[in-house]
Ligand binder design. Structure first.
Ligand code: NDP
Length: 445
């Protein structure tokens, strides 16, 4: 396999899918050598079968808004690969959602899920529905209409959705409720459910906490302590807030958070009380991060991301794809950033990734660093199957162990001649090998 040939072919076939092509290119460039050590992979044209999703389900979602007007959105589910387990991946509700974005996310999810060591294939779904400013009833009606169409294609052993941008506990609850009504069974099927109906303790925290655990593993390789380190975080949603929460517990200084309108800057680090305010602001009042600046009188950079503006030692992008570009990376490196650990999926552009790796800083791609979320989703599935509930301590201990395992796999496959761990290569090769072997064993499907 020549990575450039495969990518050029995909570019010709899917010319309007830049995010998908970006994700595929990044992976193929790093697995090319490992792939070519196995001539049997090429005989089975494994690479094309791994890049192109098993199935794309797309549908219209019609619902009625509070004014009685009929609204129509697009809904999608990309079932990318189920070689190692049922399709598994979140659902995103955001105005920007399209097939390219969901294909990139489903492709990434396949490698990430493989890395977790749990039996989960890769999928992603979503809609271009914009939840901002919608009433609770509108959210419920939309979720029900979305599932009225999707329910036939999901199930506890076929495809298990969860949350992502714009989809948290509230939306999962509405979707799962409708699913249960249509499917007439009660075996889980969604993860991220409420604790009262099959959810797992630590699932809301898992992506953020897991990212911090991964960061601690990376820092340990260089003997660096997290205490008093200044950490810049982007976003203020599920992943960002629980990342900040864990960092504060560990004595680090969270100096920024953001949303799509702007960034707050708190040079001495957020206090516990301020963090609680942000949780309330985002989860209860569904407000904007600007309101934090108004409440506490801190600096606020309207329309800007954190990377060029805040002083930090560590960056943890936790908002969305391509939110940190080459210029941002150069600005971070110039001020001496020692580590970047991605909470979001593909937040750094290829140019930024190159900068981080060339500078030999600790750099963890999302598919390794944010895998804690789907890992605890896997643990939620296990608890649902057993009809048992594990304690928070048990789940947290398992999460820590899984993140340590992922870190170890990245080191095993990502060590370079000069001793530097290239976590991008490590994650991609480790994730790929398991899926490839499973696909080979199951024949051409
Ligand atoms: P949330 O919807 O809870 O929060 C998203 C945050 O990112 C919000 O602060 C939002 O601001 C901001 N954001 C979203 N889109 C943009 C944009 N285009 N430009 C600037 N800011 C933006 O989502 P999550 O925290 O769940 O997800 C964040 C990232 O983490 C995503 O990349 C997701 O794929 C990834 N992820 C999530 C997992 C999970 O368990 N939830 C698991 C693994 C990865 P605003 O309110 O203004 O839109």
């Amino acid at each position: 396999m020549k990575a450039t040939d495969v990518i050029n072919d995909l570019r010709r076939r899917f010319p309007n899918e830049p995010e998908y092509l970006q994700a595929v290119e990044e992976v193929l460039n790093t697995i090319e050598d490992a792939y070519n050590e196995h001539p049997e992979f090429e005989r089975y044209n494994l690479i094309e079968r791994l890049c192109i999703p098993d199935r794309i389900i797309s549908f219209r979602v019609s619902w009625v808004d509070d004014k009685g007007k009929v609204q129509n959105n697009m809904g999608y589910r990309i079932q990318h690969n189920n070689a190692i387990g049922p399709y598994k991946g979140g659902v995103r509700f955001h105005a920007s959602v399209n097939q390219s974005i969901l294909k990139f996310l489903a492709f990434e999810q396949t490698f990430k899920n493989s890395l977790t060591t749990l039996a989960m294939g890769g999928a992603k779904g979503g809609s271009d529905f914009n939840p901002k400013g919608k009433s609770d009833m509108e959210i419920m009606r939309f979720c029900q209409a979305f599932i009225a169409e999707l329910w036939r294609n999901i199930g506890p052993d076929t495809d298990v959705p969860a949350g992502d941008i714009g989809v948290g506990g509230r939306e999962v609850g509405y979707m799962y409720g409708m699913y249960k009504k249509m499917a007439r069974e009660n075996t889980g099927t969604f993860t991220g459910k409420g604790m009262e109906f099959g959810g797992s303790l630590i699932r809301p925290e898992a992506t953020g906490y897991g990212n911090v655990y991964f960061l601690l593993n990376m820092l340990a390789t260089r003997g660096i302590d997290i205490k008093d380190k200044r950490v810049a975080i982007s976003g203020s949603g599920n992943v960002a807030t629980y990342t900040a929460d864990k960092l504060i517990q560990l004595g680090a200084k969270v100096v920024s958070m953001s949303d799509s309108d702007g960034t707050i800057y708190v040079p001495d680090g957020l206090t516990r009380e301020q963090m609680d305010y942000i949780f309330q602001l985002k989860n209860v009042y569904r407000g904007r991060i600007r309101e934090f600046a108004e409440e506490y009188g801190c600096e606020y950079f309207e329309g800007e991301r954190p990377w060029q503006r805040v002083k930090c030692d560590i960056a943890m992008p936790s908002a969305t794809q391509n939110e940190l570009d080459g210029d941002d990376a150069r600005a971070l490196l110039k001020q001496g950033v020692i580590a970047v650990s991605e909470g979001a999926n593909m937040p750094s552009t290829p140019d930024a990734v190159r900068e981080f790796i060339n500078a030999r800083i600790l750099y963890a791609p999302g598919k390794a660093a944010n895998a804690g979320g789907v890992s605890v989703s896997g643990l939620e599935m296990a608890q649902n199957s057993q009809k048992l509930v594990w304690t928070a301590e048990e789940v947290d201990a398992k999460l820590r162990q899984i993140m340590a395992n992922i870190h170890e796999q990245c080191q095993k496959y990502g060590k370079e001649a000069d001793g530097y761990t290239n976590y991008v290569r490590g994650a991609n090769v480790a994730g790929f090998m398991k899926v490839a072997k499973a696909m080979m064993a199951q024949g051409i499907l």
